[in-house]
Design a protein around this ligand. Structure first.
Ligand code: F6P
Length: 534
C-alpha cells in the first residue's frame, strides 16, 4: 500500500518551515524576489511573489511533489490509463485538444481521429447555423441558441460565452440550467421559437433537471410550431447518443463525446457547441490550442516541479490548506467578461478535490481541496474585500487581469487595472497609521495577506484556454499530492437519490420519506403548494 504523503519526511520538512513570513521584510532583503517568483507560461505571467512563502519553503514543497510522484500521476493520466478507478475510466480531456497529426492514446486506443471527426462535425454544424444554411422549421435563420445543461454541461459554455463576448459573431446564446421554471421563463423571454435552436447538453442524457427543462422547452417549440418542428429545432450533445432518438432529436444533429471526458472538463468537447456557434470555429479552435499549449508545458516540465506553472500553483494551495490553515481561496478576475470564472472554477476544484478518502479508500488526515469562491473586481472591493483586508481569516487570492481591454476604452481599463495592482499591494504591505488619529486601531491595515497575480496581454480565446488548463492541471496536481481520485463525484449522487423519494411524496402525499423533520416540512409544503401568492 502506498504511503500517505503527510507521513513522509518531505512533509515533515515543510512542517518545520512553518513560520510567519513577513512580506515586507522578504522583499526588502531580496531585490530579485518579484522576478524570482514569477513564472511565464504561454501568454500568462504568474507572479507568486506576494505569497507567504520563501525560496526554501517553495523548494521543500517541490520535494513533497516529487515524493508524491505527481510526475508519475501525470504520465498515467497523459498515457490514457484508467486513473478514475472508482468509475473504471481513463481521464483524457487533454485528448480533446491534440493537434491534427498527433496521437492521443486512451485506454490503449488512439482516439485522435475520433476527436477530430467530432470537432469537424461541430465545426460544420456551427458554420451551417451561423451562415443560415441550417434554418428552423419555417425556413427562418436561427438568431438565438438555448443551451440546456447543468454543472459541467452548463458552467463551461456559459462562462466562456461571456468571457469571449468580444469575439462573438453568431447567434445569441442563452443558458438554462436550474430546474426552477423561472430559469427557463427568463431565458425564453422575448425569444421567437421559429428562430431558436435548442441544444440539450448532457453527458448522461438522464440528469433530472436537464431532462425536465428539455421537455418544457420542447413544449414551447411544439405549442408554437407543432410537433414536426422538433427535429429542426433541437440538437443534442451527449455520450448517450441512443437516448436522444426517443426525445425526437434528428440523429444528424447529435454530437457525441466519450466517458473519458469528465463533465467539469468537457468544454473542449462537443459540450462547447453553443460557444462554437457564437464565436465561430476559428476562435473555438484557438481556445483549444491555448489549452494544448498548457498541456505541453506540463508534459515538458513535469520532472521540474518549480518550473511547472500549474504545479507551482497547486503547491501554493497545498501550503495554504495544509500548513497555514486557510480554508478558502478567492478568485478575483478584474474583468467583467470573466465574471463567471469563479463559479466555473468552483465546480472544477470542489467537485474534483472535495474528497475525504484517498485512492485506496483510506481517510485523509489533512484538509483537501479549499472552498473556492470569488467574483469580479472592482465590484468585490465594494463588497467582500473588507474581510480580506481586515478580517480574521487567511484568504489567499488569485487576481486575474489583462493589459488591454478586448474592445475599446483603454483609459477606463487602466483604472480597472490600477485597482487590481493596488489591491494586491495593499493586501501584501498594508498601511501603518498615526496612533494619535481618532479610531487609529480601526484604520490599521496589517498587510501580509497573500495574493497571486495572473496577467495576460488580453482575454483572447487562446488566453482563456490557457487559463482553463492552468487551473485544470493545478487541481489535478493538488489531488495527486493528496492521493485523491479527482475525477469521480459520488458526493453528488446522494442528493439526487434523496430528491427522487421526496419528489414523489410532494406530489402523492404518501410517505416515502422516513425522517420526521423532513416529513413535517413536506406537510407544510403540501398545505401551501396550491395557494396563490398572498
Ligand atoms: O453534478 C454532478 C454532475 O455529474 C457533474 O459532474 C456534471 O457536470 C453534471 O452533473 C451534469 O451531468 P450531465 O452532463 O450528465 O447532465
Amino acid at each position: 500500500m502506498t504511503e500517505r504523503i503527510e507521513s513522509t519526511p518531505e512533509w515533515a520538512v515543510v512542517r518545520s518551515l512553518v513560520k510567519s513570513v513577513d512580506l515586507s521584510a522578504e522583499f526588502a532583503s531580496d531585490s530579485q524576489r518579484a522576478e524570482h517568483f514569477t513564472l511565464r507560461l504561454g501568454d500568462l505571467l504568474i507572479d507568486t511573489s506576494k505569497n507567504l512563502w520563501t525560496r526554501e519553503i517553495r523548494s521543500a514543497l517541490g520535494e513533497v511533489a516529487r515524493r508524491a510522484d505527481v510526475a508519475g500521476a501525470w504520465r498515467r493520466l497523459r498515457g490514457g490509463e484508467i486513473v478514475n478507478e472508482s468509475e473504471g475510466r481513463s481521464v483524457a480531456h487533454w485528448a480533446l485538444r491534440v493537434p491534427v497529426g498527433s496521437p492521443a492514446v486512451v485506454a490503449g486506443l488512439d482516439v485522435a481521429s475520433d476527436v477530430h471527426d467530432v470537432l469537424h462535425a461541430i465545426t460544420q454544424f456551427a458554420d451551417d447555423v451561423r451562415s443560415g444554411r441550417l434554418a428552423g422549421a419555417t425556413g427562418q435563420r436561427f438568431t438565438d441558441v438555448v443551451n440546456i445543461g447543468i454543472g459541467g454541461s452548463d458552467l463551461g459554455p456559459a462562462m466562456a460565452y461571456d468571457a469571449l463576448r468580444a469575439f462573438r459573431s453568431g447567434p445569441r446564446c442563452h443558458f438554462v440550467s436550474n430546474v426552477d421554471p423561472a430559469n427557463t421563463r427568463a431565458a425564453l423571454d422575448g425569444l421567437d421559437p421559429a428562430r431558436t435552436l435548442v441544444i440539450v447538453s448532457s453527458k448522461t442524457f438522464t440528469t433530472t433537471e436537464t431532462m425536465a427543462n428539455a421537455v418544457a422547452v420542447r413544449e414551447w417549440i411544439v405549442e408554437s410550431l407543432g410537433a414536426s418542428a422538433v427535429a429542426a429545432h433541437f440538437a443534442a450533445v451527449t455520450t448517450n447518443t441512443r437516448a436522444t432518438a426517443s426525445f425526437g432529436v434528428d440523429p444528424a444533429k447529435v454530437f457525441g463525446f466519450w466517458n473519458w471526458v469528465g463533465g467539469r472538463y468537457s468544454l473542449g468537447s462537443a459540450i462547447g457547441l453553443s460557444l462554437a456557434i457564437a464565436v465561430g470555429p476559428v476562435s473555438f479552435g484557438e481556445m483549444l490550442a491555448g489549452m494544448h499549449l498548457v498541456d505541453e508545458h506540463v508534459s515538458q516540465s513535469v520532472d521540474q516541479p518549480l518550473a511547472n506553472a500549474p504545479l507551482v500553483h497547486a503547491l501554493l494551495a497545498v501550503w495554504y490548506s495544509n500548513f497555514l490553515g486557510a480554508e478558502t481561496r478567492a478568485i478575483v478576475p478584474y474583468s467583467h467578461d470573466l465574471r463567471r470564472f469563479p463559479s466555473y472554477l468552483q465546480q472544477l476544484d470542489m467537485e474534483s478535490n472535495g474528497k475525504s478518502v484517498d485512492r485506496a479508500g483510506r481517510a485523509i488526515a489533512v484538509p483537501t481541496g479549499p472552498i473556492v469562491w470569488g467574483g469580479p473586481g472592482t465590484d468585490g472591493q465594494h463588497a467582500y474585500f473588507q474581510l480580506l483586508h481586515q478580517g480574521t481569516h487567511l484568504v489567499p487570492v488569485d487576481f486575474i487581469g489583462f493589459a488591454r481591454p478586448t474592445d475599446g476604452d483603454q483609459e477606463r481599463h487602466d483604472a480597472l487595472m490600477a485597482n487590481l495592482f493596488a489591491q494586491s499591494q495593499a493586501l501584501a504591505f498594508g498601511r501603518a497609521v498615526d496612533s494619535s488619529l481618532p479610531s487609529a486601531e480601526h484604520r490599521v491595515f496589517a498587510g501580509n495577506r497573500p495574493s497571486t497575480l495572473i496577467l495576460a496581454p488580453a482575454l483572447t480565446p487562446s488566453v482563456l484556454g490557457q487559463l482553463i488548463a492552468l487551473y485544470e492541471h493545478s487541481v489535478f496536481f493538488q489531488g495527486a499530492v493528496w492521493g485523491i481520485n479527482s475525477f469521480d463525484q459520488w458526493g453528488v449522487e446522494l442528493g439526487k437519490d434523496v430528491a427522487h423519494g421526496i419528489g414523489q411524496e410532494l406530489v402523492d402525499g404518501r410517505h416515502h420519506v422516513s425522517d420526521p423533520a423532513t416529513r413535517r416540512l413536506i406537510e407544510w409544503y403540501r398545505s401551501h403548494r396550491h395557494r396563490s401568492v398572498e
